[in-house]
Design a protein around this ligand. Structure first.
Ligand code: NAD
Length: 361
């Protein structure tokens, strides 16, 4: 396997691996380890080029630093991507090669599940490295993080409802959910059980068929989701979907969902605020999964009770972020960044390093 390191300003380590035997072409980005080892999921996606994959992994790994800092997990931020088709390119040799790639960083990066990668693939990876979390519950690991992410999103939606509508009830609203995957699907299930009205979309027909029979659920087209006359827009697929083209179309009062890197650019947070739309910073509301795996990495090993208790904090964290944003006349994203940056600066000062201003997202 060929591994080359590339220098990227503001990132501790960025490495690219190519392994002709297994077909692996992957990138690991370690953004910051001030608060602990860099933990972040492994994504498999059919990127059109290495540049596109690099852009994605850099954005995602920086997001993980902020997410972990804000959620106080004791971890740093990193992420990994495999360039490949998740439908046709998955194999044990490929993921074992990925395991060796993770191992080559000696624990500086710890991997977990993300889009396109599940427990089966992590078990393959585990044969080559111990720096992997979120394996099966049977093995004493924390298992699939998605239900915990969904739980955190449900708590976050409540904080949003209180801020935007002055009620903690979630049932009387109309939600537009983009993406019915591991997390989005669970959120839709939870909302449906509460009796809410939910418009959903997904590019996967099977997922749509599965969910459209639930009470309160109706299916809309992939592009139509931005125009739904709803109260909450819930991005739960991929990132960058809040942009110049989509924001003017939104009718929701709240944008709150589990997708990572929802804002196309930082200025889109301001654009939402100008339109009077409350935005729950993605990395705060979707931190349930990372909080769950952080318990596994932390002292004493995995304990579900502790994980669930800590995930409850997402509600309080969002309430505080919204209050700061209101008080200081800044966006919730900026308020969340302030929390993360203060924690990083404090830790750097404690470690004796010169605190620098972490770049905003
Ligand atoms: P997933 O792969 O299970 O689900 C994604 C779903 O989105 C799939 O059903 C897919 O068909 C659909 N999709 C893709 N592009 C779409 C589009 N343009 N329009 C509509 N649907 C589309 O992934 P997941 O684990 O549910 O994660 C969803 C998002 O949440 C990702 O951004 C992920 O990074 C983020 N996230 C996940 C977790 C977790 O615990 N799984 C934690 C934090 C953040």
């Amino acid at each position: 396997m060929q591994i080359r390191e590339i220098p990227v300003d503001g990132y501790e380590t960025v490495v690219i691996a190519q392994d002709p035997d297994s077909g692996l072409h992957a990138i690991i980005a370690v953004h910051d380890t001030t608060l602990g080892p860099a933990l972040g999921g492994l994504r498999m996606w059919n990127y059109s080029s290495e540049e596109e994959a690099l852009r994605d992994v850099l954005r995602l790994s920086k997001g993980m630093t902020y997410k972990s800092a804000c959620a106080d997990t004791g971890l740093g931020g990193g992420k990994a991507v495999i360039i490949g088709d998740q439908k046709t390119d998955k194999s044990e040799p490929l993921f074992r090669a990925m395991g060796r790639f993770v191992e080559s960083l000696g624990g500086k990066y710890i991997t977990a599940e993300d889009v396109g990668v599940g427990i089966r693939e992590l078990e393959w990876l585990r044969q080559e490295t111990t720096h992997v979390t979120g394996l099966s519950r049977k093995s004493g690991s924390s298992g699939n993080p998605s239900p915990f992410t969904a739980r955190g999103v449900m708590r976050g939606l409540r904080a949003c409802a209180e801020e935007a509508f002055g009620t903690s009830r979630l049932d009387n609203f109309h939600y537009a959910v983009q993406g019915l995957g591991h997390v989005g699907g669970d959120v839709v299930l939870g909302l449906s059980m509460l009796g809410a009205w939910i418009s959903v979309t997904d590019l996967n027909e099977e997922r749509l068929e599965h969910f459209e029979s639930l009470p309160g659920v109706n299916v809309v087209g992939m592009d139509e989701i931005y125009d739904v006359d709803c109260d909450f827009f819930v991005p739960s697929a991929l990132g960058g979907i809040l942009n110049d083209e989509t924001i003017p179309r939104l009718k929701a009062k709240v944008v709150a969902g589990c997708a990572n890197n929802q804002l196309g650019e930082a200025r889109h947070g301001e654009m939402l605020a100008e339109r009077g739309i409350l935005y729950a910073p993605d990395y705060v509301i979707n931190a349930g999964g990372i909080i769950n795996v952080a318990i596994e990495v932390g002292p004493g090993g995995y304990n579900e009770r502790r994980a669930v208790e800590k995930i409850e904090n997402i509600y309080r964290a969002l309430k505080e972020i919204f209050a700061t944003a209101r008080r200081e006349g800044i966006t919730p994203e900026e308020a969340a960044n302030q929390v993360a940056e203060a924690r990083l600066s404090e830790a750097k000062a404690k470690n004796g390093a010169v605190p620098d201003t972490a770049p905003s997202q």
